[in-house]
Design a protein. Structure first.
Length: 302
């Protein structure tokens, strides 16, 4: 298929483009400025908020990864998040007109449900502008699919980590990159909210990219699917820190801050994607994720 990947130079978009090329697809990568994209991906310049400059295709499929993604930042700039994540998605759907759309979404659409692990049937109750904007983008894509204009798959991810092609996760607001930065001496300590017992799950970015390929190849026009993508294995913050210390052989001193209001556990039920797409993670054991991230970080630092 001829496929457009938005955000193709980003952390996840790069991994998705790389996997699509390996699967034999012809891939264009939408970028706003000159940037590194995987070998075999043709960079196409455009901005989702400038519809007239978007590529018209024709494309068989779109993997839509471009978005603003920081939960805490979204509280300070909610309109910016809705503009980028919702209007950008609408502009893309109107401009490209592909038969298949795979949208990258987030567990933040669930809010903080008591039921764990979280299935796709759990009600959505986003607690942040980021989560609300991604839910609105989901609804735009899914209602668009129901007109028969395209087939749509929404992939809701929890925490993505790891590395492909020696590219570390650049967002040091996330736990594993933050802890590795401390281990590398780039930060004096790791700030931990509360007692470090909050439980989250972690998925290797290459396993996530494989899910995009499966979703794109499986969906048909008129279909509307939603899948959680994850391991279903939760790890507490203090356990992640201990694993980073073990893998790197370096200390990660932590400084505790007052607890923030947040869910004590966020873990996904990924039974649906296993049954519907035959997808399973293959690289997402925590030590493997941390080792890949550490190797990428130390190589990038020279």
């Amino acid at each position: 298929m001829r496929v457009l990947v938005t955000g193709a130079a980003g952390y996840i978009g790069y991994a998705v483009g790389r996997r699509l090329v390996a699967a034999g697809h012809e891939v264009d990568g939408l970028v706003r400025r000159a940037a590194d994209v995987p070998d075999g991906v043709r960079p196409v310049h455009g901005d989702l908020l400038v519809p007239d400059g978007l590529p018209r295709g024709p494309y068989d499929g779109v993997c839509h990864l471009a978005a603003l993604t920081r939960v805490r930042e979204s509280f300070d700039a909610p309109l910016r998040y809705f503009t980028a994540n919702v209007q950008g998605t609408v502009n893309l759907l109107e401009a490209v007109g592909a038969d298949r759309v795979v949208l990258g979404s987030t567990a933040a659409v669930y809010g903080t449900p008591e039921r764990q692990p979280i299935p796709e049937t759990e009600g959505t109750a986003p607690a942040s502008p980021y989560g609300a904007s991604k839910l609105a983008a989901e609804q735009a894509v899914r209602f668009h699919a129901r007109t028969g204009a395209a087939g749509a798959v929404v992939l809701r991810t929890f925490n993505v980590a790891g590395s492909v092609d020696g590219r570390p996760d650049p967002d040091e607001t996330r736990l594993i990159p933050k802890a590795l930065a401390v281990a590398a001496g780039r930060a004096p300590h790791l700030e931990v909210n509360g007692d470090g017992l909050a439980v989250r799950e972690y998925l290797h970015v290459d396993d996530l990219a494989a899910a995009y390929v499966r979703a794109l190849e499986a969906v048909r026009p008129g279909e509307d699917r939603v899948y959680n993508v994850g391991t279903g294995v939760g790890t507490a913050v203090h356990e992640v820190v201990a694993a980073v210390e073990k893998v790197t052989g370096r200390p990660v001193p932590a400084r505790r801050r007052p607890a923030r209001p947040e869910a004590p556990v966020l873990v996904c039920d990924a039974a649906a994607i296993r049954a519907g797409l035959g997808w399973r993670p293959g690289k997402s054991a925590l030590p493997e994720i941390i080792a890949a991230s550490w190797n990428a970080l130390t190589c990038a630092d020279g």
